[in-house]
Design a protein around this ligand. Structure first.
Ligand code: NAG
Ligand code: NAG
Ligand code: NAG
Ligand code: NAG
Ligand code: NAG
Length: 809
């Protein structure tokens, strides 16, 4: 075979070399496009510029952007095979789609400029100081700018490649091809073929927008320092690595037919597979082995099975989060499990999202109502790497495995292999299905008929803003609310008076159950259900009347009575302007209730993710307040308190938007050491949890620092990390922010926020602080005290490392 291939190449070169030579030395004689020529997008009478043989064309192609929210037609400056019916695009200026009426012009000054329909320059070919004298669409598919005085091209499309590699083209060290987002969306996707500077040719997934390598899933392994290595696509249709005129690695494994008989190209496709395509120039069968027809045929794929090739603990895998990949002849078939739907129906490799609420580990989450939970089974399927707990042993069967997952609110799915059961958390990644996988995936979903009854996270009415926010939302709630009528000074005065008169030894008032029963009119008006119990609206019969939020704890072990009073006294001793004040409590018989002051502006999540976001300066004040409240809890109050559940829903705002942290002190009270060790009763919301919750690592104040970091990012961007992860983003909010930061594109975080954009120095500082807070390694996270100092500008913020460098635990 190889011998035959070599022979073909020899014959080919003898036939084609003279022609090749004439192309290379052509220079000025190629010129068909002279100074002043213009080509417009859309409209009639705009024939593309063709190569001499008519094989390739240069011009504008209409873009059918499916997911575009503006319906206007856009065009891309492109090069395509003009003689094949599909007019396959091989190059495009994909960063610059333009509207109808835009034009590309080779100006009289020799510059090649793309103007939009208003006549503004949107792109210009980089030619350095030299000017071109003409341009040409060559028969190789290369579009070039020529200067008659120089033997080199001023600019060529071959040196600014998109996703397609053509015969005659070379990829030098540092060069790369980038996949598209989907079959029809030419924007950059997340796969690249790179000719690295160390001489290695790799296929990799990247982080956007930094384009830093995430995972190399195929490599030629041809590393050599200080070598000059190039990827070559020769005129005979072979792709190989060349180092010092020597072929050191064949990417093409077999001869694909001569160029006279076939069209060729190679492309890193939107699904991450590097494919060599060919098709007969004429539509007849060449020999018995080749199929008749005019379609592009896939002659070779690299890697052969991308489902198993892309597999790393950070990153989603070949098919995106929550999906699973089935290899069918080198093509990844991306599927969603039952109960999930594609993020983008036109680009299945971008992952799936659940049709139900992401389990929040709140008591009113669907997953807490065990009768309404069921498991969908998928044979021969696995989501490796994201497990956080393993149960193994002879007693474990499939039903036991389901039960483990059922009883753990974090568990999104379990994998069972006959004697072991792995619990997996959201988002599921690297999913794969294959006949040789002896594993059953058990996917936890709400039963069909109850899905619609699930409270929706964003069901807001506009009437009484505060009340409706909390009633409508399952996430919020906890303690809240109402007093607003009283003038602030009066309230403070009243509280002092009350404390003087009836404060007991804990500094908070002890109420009888009867008093609170009356205050709430028999617990009639429920404000919502939180992590630890139900919150009711109440009014105290003091003068003037005072609205309060009364939390009825519903999980409390009897033995804990002493502990309860101890904790209440600890909470009662906390006094800080950024903590919600505990006014009183009740512990009578089985009843455990807490009475809190009321906050008139609802919670931070209502504010941030609601209709009108707070202004940038207010947001800066809010994060500083939260940091200062947490510093107090961690370091300054007499008993050091780890909050364990810092999230925007637990941060309430008073009438002047001063943030007040709520629900502190309860984690310790209500979580026994055992359940904490088992990590199965963790209360809180997945996105805010530090990684050590999922490991066998100890829980320290640094878990709050992590959660604060996430809240800080959300406050900067006014975006919810939970919704972000389930949206059409391929990465978590924290990866995205880090990429924007390291690529110096922080303005992307605060788009449409002029006030923040005029204060990019502060935005950068806050982002840097946040990145320090969300470090994987707890010891790298600063203390809350230091965070506060950094936010205040008292200490400098140093450059943070990438947060997700995994410590090898
Ligand atoms: C080509 O060279 C001549 C003489 O060296 C110079 O006058 C002319 O401007 C050059 N043309 C371009 C396009 O650089
Ligand atoms: C390349 O150089 C680095 C240090 O400069 C060295 O660590 C590495 O081993 C070298 N690799 C090869 C393949 O020579
Ligand atoms: C690549 O294939 C050619 C035949 O097409 C062969 O001559 C050459 O030795 C191969 N190179 C390597 C590095 O195997
Ligand atoms: C899974 O495999 C078992 C045993 O091989 C079979 O009985 C069952 O029908 C399969 N389930 C599905 C959904 O294919
Ligand atoms: C849901 O359907 C199951 C049977 O499929 C039934 O037992 C259950 O009562 C239904 N639940 C509701 C809320 O309708």
């Amino acid at each position: 075979m190889i011998y035959q291939a070599a022979k073909f190449r020899l014959i080919f070169f003898i036939l084609v070399f003279p022609l090749l030579l004439s192309i290379l030395v052509a220079g000025q004689s190629d010129c068909r496009i002279n100074l002043g020529r213009v080509l417009s997008a859309g409209g009639n009478n705009n024939p593309p510029w063709l190569s001499p043989s008519g094989e390739f064309a240069f011009g504008f192609r209409p873009l059918s952007r499916s997911s575009s929210d503006n319906n206007e037609d856009l065009f891309l400056l492109s090069i395509w095979f003009d003689k094949v019916p599909e007019q396959t695009i091989v190059w495009s200026n994909n960063d610059h789609p333009v509207e109808e009426g835009s034009r590309i012009q080779l100006t009289n000054e020799g510059e090649f400029i793309l103007y939009n329909s208003q006549g503004h320059e949107v792109w210009k070919a980089e030619t350095g100081s030299q000017r071109s004298t003409c341009a040409a669409m060559l028969d190789s598919g290369n579009f070039v700018l020529i200067n008659g005085n120089s033997s080199n091209y001023m600019w060529e499309s071959f040196n600014m490649p998109t996703d397609t590699f053509l015969p005659g083209q070379r990829l030098r060290m540092g060069g790369r091809f980038t996949s598209r987002l989907s079959e029809t969306d030419y924007a950059d996707g997340r796969f690249q073929l790179r000719m690295q500077r160390d001489g290695n040719l790799v296929l990799c997934t990247i982080f956007l927008p930094t384009e830093d390598v995430n995972e190399r899933y195929w490599a030629s392994e041809t590393i050599r320092n200080n070598s000059d290595t190039e990827l070559v696509f020769d005129e005979a249709g072979f792709i190989y690595l060349e180092r010092g005129n020597e072929n050191i690695f064949n990417v093409t494994k077999k001869y694909l037919g001569s160029r006279q008989e076939f069209y060729y190209f190679a492309r890193i496709d939107f699904d991450g597979v590097f494919r060599h395509y060919n098709r007969p120039r004429r539509q007849y069968a060449l020999d018995a082995g080749s199929t008749c027809g005019s379609d592009w045929r896939i002659a070779q794929t690299t890697p052969e099975d991308i489902c198993t090739a892309v597999m790393r603990d950070i990153g989603s895998g070949a098919c995106g989060y929550n999906s699973y990949c089935v290899n069918s002849n080198g093509r990844p078939n991306c599927l969603c499990p039952e109960g999930y739907s594609p993020v983008d129906p036109l680009a299945l490799h971008r992952g799936c999202r659940p049709n139900f609420e992401i389990p929040s580990c709140q008591q009113n989450g669907w997953e807490s109502n065990l009768e309404f939970v069921e498991f969908k089974e998928l044979n021969n399927t696995d989501w490796p790497l994201t497990d956080y707990e393993l149960q193994t042993g002879p007693g474990i069967d499939k039903e036991r495995c389901k039960e483990f997952c059922l009883l753990d609110c974090f568990c999104a799915a379990a994998i069972y292999n006959g004697n072991s059961c792995w619990k997996k958390k959201f988002p599921l990644s690297n999913g794969r299905q294959s006949g040789d996988l002896n594993r059953i995936a058990l996917i936890k979903v709400p039963k069909n008929n109850v899905t619609s009854n699930c409270p929706k996270a964003k069901d807001r009415s506009t009437l009484v803003l505060v009340i409706s926010v909390f009633l409508g939302s399952s996430l919020f709630l906890n303690l809240l609310l109402l007093i607003a009528i009283a003038v602030a000074i009066f309230v403070v005065y009243q509280r002092k008076l009350m404390n003087l008169q009836s404060a007991d030894t804990y500094g908070v008032r002890r109420y009888t159950y009867k008093e609170l029963h009356e205050a709430t009119d028999g617990f009639r008006q429920q404000l919502g259900r939180g992590s630890f119990g139900t919150v009711y609206k109440g009014v105290l019969t003091s003068i003037p009347k005072k609205y309060v939020a009364i939390k009825k704890l519903d999980k409390f072990e009897k033995e804990g009575e002493k502990e309860f009073t101890a904790e209440v006294s600890a909470i009662g001793r906390t006094h800080h302007k950024n903590l919600v004040t505990l006014l009183g409590y009740c512990d009578e018989g089985n009843h455990r209730l807490l009475v809190y002051e009321y906050m008139s502006n609802g919670s931070l999540s209502g504010l941030l993710f609601g209709i009108s976001r707070p202004r940038w300066n207010q947001r800066k004040q809010i994060v500083l307040g939260i940091a200062s409240g947490l510093t107090y809890l961690h370091e300054e109050c007499s008993s050091h308190i780890i909050h364990c559940d810092v999230k925007p829903q637990n941060i309430l705002l008073d009438e002047s938007l001063t943030p007040k942290i709520s629900d502190f002190g309860l984690a310790k009270l209500l979580l026994s050491e055992q359940s904490r060790a088992a990590r199965t009763h963790i209360r809180g919301t997945v996105g805010y949890f530090a990684p050590e919750w999922f490991r066998k690592a100890s829980i320290t104040v640094k878990v709050d620092v992590y959660s604060f970091g996430v809240v800080l990012l959300e406050t900067i961007c006014c975006m919810s990390s939970v919704e972000f992860a389930m949206g059409d983003q391929e990465e978590a909010l924290i990866d995205w922010v880090y990429d924007c930061y390291s690529k110096k594109k922080l303005n992307m975080l605060v788009e449409n926020d002029e006030e923040a954009k005029n204060d990019m120095g502060s935005v950068e500082k806050l982002v840097m602080v946040a990145i320090w807070c969300i470090q994987e390694d707890p010891s790298l996270r600063p203390s809350m005290k230091r965070v506060t100092q950094m936010l205040e500008g008292v200490v400098e913020v140093s450059v943070p490392p990438r947060p997700s460098v995994f410590s090898s635990s």
